[in-house]
Write a protein that binds this ligand. Structure first.
Ligand code: MN
Length: 310
C-alpha cells in the first residue's frame, strides 16, 4: 500500500458516516448523524440532529410535543430562527440565533419545543450528551446561554460551544471532557483546526463545502469521524461554509439508547417507556402550551439499543 501524503486523511480508523433522513414533530425533515449503525458515540456525544436551513411555509413551524428524557443532556445550538422551550421545571425559554439551551435530564424531565413564530426560518443542531454513571441520576436542570466565546480572525468566526479552544472556555456545564465548536469560514479561507490528541472528534458541515488536508471534500450530510491521536486538521472553505466540530475523551461506558432515554440496562429502558405511557408524572408535571400533543413512547421490541428511527 502506498504511504499516504503528509496530512492526508489516511488511516482505516477515519470514518465517513452518512446521515439519514428523519422527521421531527409534524413533518420537519432533519438529518440524523448520530447514532449511526457504525458509530454510537463520539466521546459522550450520543445523538446529533441537523435541522434546516429551512424556510417554513406560512403558519408552519417545528412543533415537538411534550416528551421525557432520562440519563442525558440535550444541547441545542440555534443558528437561524427562534424556538420556545418549555419543561416540567416550569422553564419557558426562547432561544435565538447564536444561543445555546442545555437541558440536563438526569433522573427525568419533560419538555416541548416549538417554533416561536410561524413561517419563520430554522437552522439548528440538537445534540445529546450521555451522562456518566455517577451523574445520570442527578436532579433535572435547565440552563440558557445567551452568549458564548467567539474568536475571530481573517475570514473566520469560531464560537466555542462546549469546552476550551485556545484558552477560550465555554460556560456550558457538562460532566465529561468534551468540545464543540461552530466555525464559519469565508470562501477560500484555510484554518488549521487544533484538535486534542486525547479526544476522538466528529466534523459535520452545516452549510457549504470543505476541503480537508488539501485532499478530501466534505459536504453536509456526512459526519467525518476522526480517531484519537490527531493534533491538527487543515480545513479550507470551498464556499461560504459553516462546520460543527464535536469531540471528547472516548467513553469507557456503554450507554443504551432507546427513543428519548439513555440508560445502562434494558430493564431501565422498559421501565421508562412503561412509566411515560402509563404514569408520566414520574417525569414531572406536564408542560403546557406546546403546539403539539404529548408523544407516545414506542415499545421496546427487539432491543437494538438505538433510536427506533434507524
Ligand atoms: Mn427532547
Amino acid at each position: 500500500m502506498d504511504t499516504p501524503a503528509p496530512g492526508h486523511l489516511c488511516c482505516d480508523e477515519v470514518e465517513w458516516l452518512d446521515s439519514r433522513q428523519s422527521v421531527l414533530g409534524q413533518g420537519t425533515r432533519i438529518r440524523r448523524a448520530l447514532p449511526h449503525r457504525e458509530r454510537r458515540l463520539i466521546g459522550a456525544w450520543c445523538f446529533l440532529d441537523h435541522a434546516g436551513p429551512v424556510q417554513f411555509a406560512e403558519e408552519q413551524g417545528l412543533h415537538v410535543g411534550p416528551h421525557p428524557h432520562i440519563g442525558l443532556q440535550t444541547f441545542t445550538w440555534l443558528i437561524e430562527g427562534e424556538l420556545r422551550h418549555r419543561d416540567s421545571l416550569g422553564t419557558d425559554q426562547r432561544i435565538r440565533s447564536g444561543q445555546v439551551n442545555l437541558m440536563t435530564a438526569g433522573r427525568g424531565i419533560i419538555h416541548s419545543e416549538d417554533s416561536a413564530t410561524a413561517g419563520d426560518r430554522l437552522h439548528a443542531a440538537q445534540l445529546w450528551i450521555a451522562l456518566p454513571e455517577a451523574e445520570r441520576h442527578r436532579p433535572p436542570a435547565f440552563a440558557h446561554y445567551p452568549q458564548l466565546p467567539v474568536l475571530t480572525q481573517e475570514g473566520v468566526q469560531l464560537t466555542v460551544l462546549v469546552g476550551t479552544y485556545q484558552r477560550h472556555t465555554s460556560p456550558v456545564e457538562v460532566y465529561s471532557p468534551l468540545i464543540a465548536l461552530d466555525v464559519q469560514l469565508q470562501a477560500g479561507t484555510t484554518l488549521p483546526l487544533v484538535l486534542q490528541a486525547g479526544f476522538e472528534h466528529g466534523l459535520l458541515v452545516l452549510e457549504g463545502k470543505l476541503l480537508l488536508e488539501h485532499q478530501d471534500r466534505l459536504s453536509p450530510a456526512t459526519l467525518l469521524y476522526l480517531p484519537p491521536g490527531l493534533r491538527q486538521l487543515s480545513i479550507k472553505a470551498l464556499a461560504p461554509t459553516r462546520v460543527l466540530l464535536i469531540g471528547g475523551a472516548p467513553l469507557n461506558e456503554t450507554p443504551l439508547l432507546w427513543w428519548n432515554f439513555v440508560a445502562r440496562t434494558e430493564a431501565e429502558l422498559r421501565q421508562a417507556v412503561d412509566d411515560w405511557n402509563t404514569h408520566p408524572e414520574r417525569f414531572g408535571p406536564m408542560p403546557e402550551g406546546s403546539g403539539a400533543a404529548p408523544l407516545q413512547a414506542p415499545a421496546l421490541g427487539e432491543v437494538r439499543l438505538q433510536s427506533p428511527a434507524d
